[in-house]
Design a protein around this ligand. Structure first.
Ligand code: IMP
Ligand code: MG
Length: 192
């Protein structure tokens, strides 16, 4: 069957690629969790009432999960939703076209929103997501990214809460993938 063959070819290619890939740890588990607590405090201070965390799938799922529990520990009880956008495919370069794949039903009109992504690179994904949320009449939207690569920015967007600013390197782990691999790593590493 074509699909099975393609999957086997892909797995073989990934195994070969993995042998060549070196991972260099950038942020370990305790560094990440300390920073997530700080981000939760900083963001919570900007939301006087209740708010909605909107995560961008797939890359932000681990970050959002930790962020939500950090919010709980400081007495915040946000709602949570996810939007699924896609821009990367299986390469290391963004395709440049962001599109919406999966959307939620939650009514955002009049709600304060914290939009969360894993990484801001060119800025396309976050700007596109901001546009979608503005169309839903959110009363206010703040943005949060675990990682920011400002040197790669192509569109003008300032992120309100950034975990770590990094240079132009390709990273994986803590929900972030390379060709659908490495999301399970509890740390963040760059691939060489
Ligand atoms: P942007 O639209 O160019 O800002 O890219 C943002 C999206 O690209 C993020 O949501 C990530 O999923 C993905 N991305 C950007 N840099 C990396 C990386 O270094 N590793 C894995 N994914 C990345
Ligand atoms: Mg992403």
């Amino acid at each position: 069957m074509t699909k099975g063959c393609r999957t086997r070819d892909f797995d073989t290619a990934m195994k070969a690629e993995r042998r060549r890939i070196e991972l260099t740890k950038l942020f370990n588990e305790s560094e990440i969790s300390a920073r997530v607590e700080e981000l939760a405090r900083a963001a919570a201070a900007c939301f006087p009432g209740n708010f909605v965390v909107v995560g961008l799938l797939v890359g932000s799922f681990v970050f959002v999960a930790d962020l939500l529990r950090a919010f709980y520990r400081i007495g915040c009880n946000p709602s949570v939703e996810f939007m699924r956008l896609n821009s990367y495919g299986i390469g290391r370069e963004s395709s440049g076209n962001v599109r919406l794949i999966g959307e939620f039903e939650l009514d955002l009109s009049g709600r304060a929103v914290l939009l969360v992504d894993d990484i801001v690179d060119t800025g396309r994904t976050l700007l596109y997501a901001l546009g979608l949320l503005r169309n839903k009449q959110a009363s206010s939207i703040l943005t949060c990214a675990l990682l920011d690569k400002p040197s790669r920015r192509e569109l003008p967007i300032e992120v309100d809460f950034v975990g770590f600013t990094i240079p132009d390197v390709f990273v994986v782990g803590y929900g972030i993938d390379y060709a659908h691999e490495y999301r399970h790593l509890p740390f963040i590493a760059k691939i060489d």
